[in-house]
Design a protein around this ligand. Structure first.
Ligand SMILES: NC(=O)C1=CN([C@@H]2O[C@H](COP(=O)(O)OP(=O)(O)OC[C@H]3O[C@@H](n4cnc5c(N)ncnc54)[C@H](OP(=O)(O)O)[C@@H]3O)[C@@H](O)[C@H]2O)C=CC1
Ligand SMILES: CC(C)(CO)C(=O)C(=O)O
Length: 309
């Protein structure tokens, strides 16, 4: 399979790098100083699962012939999703597939609007990884896993073929027949994690050691669960307690990617995380006062330093 990785940051650089390490044909779409560094010095991954120095790295040549790629992994921030889909459209082979490894519960529909539903699979990245210098990605903790599958319930042969590809690489992968539920299970944790850590400017270790921090986390998660249920997602009674237990296992230094962005003055994915809880809650008639408080506090910073200038 010829793989196109759109966005070579924490997520795209890590998973794309591991696929290339396993010998697959992987072409990256990158830009700016990160792209320059990848082109000259290669892509470096620092990871507890094993460091990797990928050199040479193949970057997309704008003159590449159309219809060349069997699989596109969308790994840009959510604000760049539609642009990424437009870029991918002419490059995908006729039966080519596109998988979002982004956060939130809305990336798949943004991709489907451009590429058509048939070309889109849903995906989730369980990892904490960030660009720490141009051309260099650091993986925090041990976890590196992709969960993915069809938008509709059930498991298809084409998704099994992607699983076979992923299983050759140095990360965990899982095919799911109920991706809407999976997307929401990650979303309820992530929206609470990113909302609480950004609101208090704390990594998870400090946040969870303070009862008020934990209470904020739990309240944000409960609101997201209520919104998901109102939309028909089958979230069980135990789901909040299970996620709170999982959070106890995270390395204390772990920060959500939105806090990393906040500290760097980058644009925030707020509109698709706590912002989505508020927006989807309004649509479903579910009150979300705690998420609104987080959105109100962070909104002035959501455009990032450049956006605010
Ligand atoms: N980082 C993490 O640990 C995790 C992140 N996620 C999710 O994954 C997604 C990606 O996050 P992350 O990897 O952190 O993002 P990063 O910002 O690290 O990487 C995205 C990269 O894509 C580049 N990019 C964006 N648009 C284009 C384009 N049109 N052409 C070329 N390059 C482009 C960006 O460049 P530029 O900087 O110039 O915009 C950036 O280098 C997000 O939705 C995030 O929520 C999910 C799980 C974990
Ligand atoms: C919480 C985490 C690290 C889980 O993979 C994540 O998705 C993010 O920081 O964006």
């Amino acid at each position: 399979m010829r793989v196109l990785v759109v966005g070579a940051g924490g997520v795209g650089g890590y998973f794309g790098g591991r696929l290339a390490e396993a010998g697959h044909s992987v072409v990256f779409v990158a830009r700016g100083r990160h792209a320059d560094a990848m082109a000259t010095a290669g892509l470096k991954i620092r990871s507890n699962a094993g460091d990797l120095h990928l050199k040479p790295v193949v970057l997309l040549d704008r003159l590449d012939e159309p219809g060349r790629f069997d699989l596109a992994l969308i790994c840009v921030k959510l604000k760049d999703t539609t642009e990424a889909a437009e870029l991918v459209k002419p490059l995908l082979a006729p039966k080519g597939l596109c998988i979002s490894l982004q956060n939130g519960v809305e990336a798949e529909s943004m991709l489907a609007d451009v590429l058509g539903r048939e070309a889109v699979l849903a995906g989730i990245a369980y990892i904490s990884a960030h660009i720490v210098a141009p051309g260099v990605i650091e993986h925090v903790g041990q976890r590196a896993k992709l969960t993915f599958g069809e938008l509709e319930e059930g498991v298809s042969d084409r998704a099994r073929a992607v699983l076979s590809l992923f299983q050759t690489a140095k990360f965990d992968s899982e095919l799911s027949g109920e991706m809407e539920l999976q997307l929401w299970l990650k979303f309820i944790m992530l929206t609470a994690f990113s909302g609480a850590c950004c609101y208090r400017r704390e990594a998870i270790g400090v946040l969870r050691s303070d009862p008020e921090g934990k209470a904020l986390f739990q309240a944000l998660m409960e609101e997201a669960v209520a919104v998901g249920r109102a939309r028909g997602v089958k979230l069980t009674e135990e789901v909040v307690a299970q996620r709170l237990d999982n959070v106890e296992q995270l390395p204390p230094e772990m920060k959500p990617s939105m806090l990393v962005d906040l500290e760097r003055g980058n644009a925030l994915e707020l509109p698709w995380l706590s912002g989505a809880v508020v927006r989807l809650g309004q649509q479903a008639g579910v009150p979300t006062p705690v998420s609104s408080k987080v959105v109100d506090a962070l909104e002035p910073l959501a455009g990032g330093r450049l956006g605010a200038a």
